[in-house]
Structures are given as C-alpha cells and as structure tokens.
Design a protein around this ligand. Structure first.
Ligand code: BJ8
Length: 382
C-alpha cells in the first residue's frame, strides 16, 4: 500500500486539496510563480518571497483544448500544460502571478509565446551546451535577468543573504529527497517505484515545506526499518528496473504500474521525476548566482548537446541500484529524447550489457494493451 503526504488516498485527492491551499496562500497575499521545468532555479523564487508551483500537465483531459491552438503532433506534456492554461481548468495556473519557462525544447519555448498572452511569462534563455566558459556566462546572465524580473514584479530586493539562505534550505530538501530515492538501492527495495513517483508528484501540491520534509524523512526512516526487520538478506527474484527518458507523471498508471504489476520492481528513476536534478547540490561556499548557474547548467537533460552527464549518471546508477533492465520512456514528438535514445540503447546494451526497452507513448489510453504486451515480453526476457 502506498503512503502519501497528509494521508491522501490518491494523487487526484492531493491535487484537489492543493487547490484550496494555493487559494489560501493568495488570500494571505503570497505571490505564486508557475514553473514547468527542472532547469528553473527555484531558490530565486523562494528568495523573492514567492512560492513556485509546478504547472506541467500530466493528464489528457485538456489536450483537445490545446489542439485548438497547437499542432496535434506535439509532445503531450506541452499540450496538456497549455490546455490547462487556456481552458482555465487549472487553479494553479489561475493563481500564478507570473510564469517562468526556459528555452529547452522547441515545443516548450514556442508554447511560452502563446502562454505569455494569457499570463506574464518570463523565458530564461538556456544555452544548448554546458561548457564552463561561454555557456556559463550566458546562463549566468539569465540568472541575473530572472532575479531582476522577480525583484521588479514583486517589488522586493533579493539580497545575497536571502539567496544564500534559500540555497541552504533547498539543499537540505534535496538531501532529504535523495535519501528517499536511494531506498531503491536496497535489495529488495522496501518501496515501489509507483509510490516514489506518486509521492514526488503530490509534494508539488503541498506548500508547507517543513511538513513536506518531515513526511519524507519519516517515511524513509520507516521503510529503512522495514528493510532491516523484514527484508534484509532476502533478495527478490523480481527484475530491478531503471526508468530513464522523459518525465513519467502523465504515464504513471499506463507504464509504471504496468511494469510493477507484471512482476518487476522499479528501483531507480534517471529522469526528471527522479534524481536528475537532485544529484548535485548548489555550492554554498561561492557567489550564490555563480553557484546557481553552475548547478542548473549541469542538469543532464537531452535538450543539451552534447549531453555526457546523462551517460555518467546511467553508468553509476545501473551499478549502484543493481539494475537488471532499463526502460526508456519517450513522450511522443519529444525529438531530443527520441534521438538520444539511440545512444542510450547502445550504452545500456553494449557497455553495461543490460536489456533495454524503448517505449514511445502519449497520455491517451489507446496503446495500453500494446504497452502491456511489450513490457511482459521484455520482463520474460530478463
Ligand atoms: S529538464 S526533461 S522538465 S525539459 S518531454 S516538454 S523535452 S518534448 S519535459 Fe523536461 Fe526540463 Fe528536460 Fe526535465 Fe519537451 Fe520532451 Fe516534451 Fe519535455
């Protein structure tokens, strides 16, 4: 049985309750900033006294609305996010004073132009590569530009002290979350991948950061104790799976649940629903803007070219989590992850000598049966 914050019974219940919380925050005069991507330096948003709220769409419900303006053959995450905004079906969007987006993939950056017509959208121009000279300077300028935009918008000064404090607090949260993810290193894992993914998605609907942290710390402690008492020394015969590729919040039931219902354990996520952003902390000893620039530039998303850090992460994670097979989930029309999957497959099968499955899907239910069959065939092969 999965355990969610505040004893919520489901992701949907947590999301609904979150609406009331964000409404209450607005009534208290708190500023809200909508965000979409792991590249957003949320430390700056907290340092501006505002609260970030994730707006990534994970449902196919608003896609028809989005397709009135956007092409059908666009990534479902982008269509779902835009559909919620344009149809006014998402209170999180409704209560956002401004949006922060980044020029990651082409679909997202062009969607932000349309979004800006509904709500002020500040777009950070992300370099395409991660070199320490040109890319660093370019991205640093964008950090300063965001800082100035937030200061002007909310009539506040983001001092170095506020920013350093914000970095410290977020680093603490990252460590707590990393500890939670790393439960998957235990063999057998005391937690399902489905629970990890659902918990992480519901955290975005809680705005009390202290209680978020205590929930994760308590749950991690409880599951470590369970492992020591009941599971240690009893290695499971269920294959241990690593998920990589696009964010999986919108295909949690269709893909993640199916994998675990079919007899495997998802023990690691090398994607934005997992450790991709959490693995590196922000350096607390240097200039805070430099530190944020360095940290966020190093994120190993496929929109970077080249993207060597993703392969370093895969290499380490496959060993550390004792992985038996890798499943890459690519959302339809996500060109960067799609193209990069060629090298990911080669790396996994040739260098790491592990089985690899590629699943390309969207948020509809049309391919549920086909995905089920392919996952079962893959697991039989391991
Ligand atoms: S850091 S993974 S959250 S960009 S899946 S919208 S890339 S077409 S979500 Fe992402 Fe930031 Fe990267 Fe993470 Fe485009 Fe691909 Fe769609 Fe994507």
């Amino acid at each position: 049985m999965i355990k969610l914050p505040e004893n919520f019974e489901s992701y949907e219940e947590a999301r609904r309750e979150g609406f009331l919380k964000v409404k209450a925050l607005k009534e208290q005069g708190t500023n809200v900033v909508g965000v979409f991507c792991t590249y957003t330096p949320i430390e700056l948003i907290y340092a501006a006294g505002a609260v970030p709220v994730g707006l990534c769409g994970t449902s196919d419900e608003p896609i028809a609305d989005a397709e009135m303006h956007l092409p059908k053959n666009l990534c479902p995450l982008i269509k779902s996010s835009y559909g919620f905004a344009v149809s006014e079906k998402c209170p999180y969007f409704y209560f956002s004073d401004m949006i922060v987006g980044e020029t990651t993939c082409d679909g997202k950056k062009k969607m932000y132009e349309l979004l800006n017509e509904i709500r002020p959208t500040h777009v950070m121009h992300l370099p395409q590569g991660q070199d320490k000279d040109h890319a660093f300077r370019y991205w640093r300028d964008e950090m300063v530009r965001l800082k100035e935009t937030l200061e002007e918008k909310f009539n506040i000064e983001i001092t170095n002290e506020k920013l350093k404090q914000s970095i410290k607090e977020r680093n603490h949260e990252r460590k707590v979350l990393l500890d939670f993810y790393e439960l998957g290193k235990l063999n057998p894992s005391p937690i399902t991948g489905y629970e990890i993914n659902t918990v992480m998605e519901t955290l975005g609907f809680q705005f009390d950061r202290k209680s978020q942290c205590s929930f994760i710390e308590d749950r991690t402690k409880e599951l470590k104790e369970k492992y020591e008492k009941e599971l240690k020394g009893k290695k499971s015969s269920r294959p241990r799976i690593l998920i990589t590729g696009c964010p999986t919040g919108g295909v949690r039931d269709k893909v993640l649940k199916t994998i675990e219902d079919s007899g495997a354990d998802i023990v690691a996520f090398e994607n934005c629903c997992g450790v991709r952003e959490k693995a590196q902390l922000v350096d607390e000893t240097i200039d805070p803007i430099d530190a944020l620039t360095e940290k966020y530039l190093n994120i190993s998303c496929s929109i970077m070219t080249p993207n060597p850090r993703r392969f370093i992460a895969l290499d380490e994670m496959i060993d550390e989590y004792e992985i038996d097979g890798v499943i890459e989930v690519v959302l339809q029309a996500c060109h960067t992850f799609n193209v990069e999957s060629y090298n990911v497959k080669k790396f996994v099968t040739e260098k790491k000598e592990k089985p690899y499955l590629y699943i390309e899907t969207d948020y509809s239910k049309l391919d549920v049966g086909q995905i089920n069959t392919r996952i079962n065939a893959f697991l039989e092969m391991i």
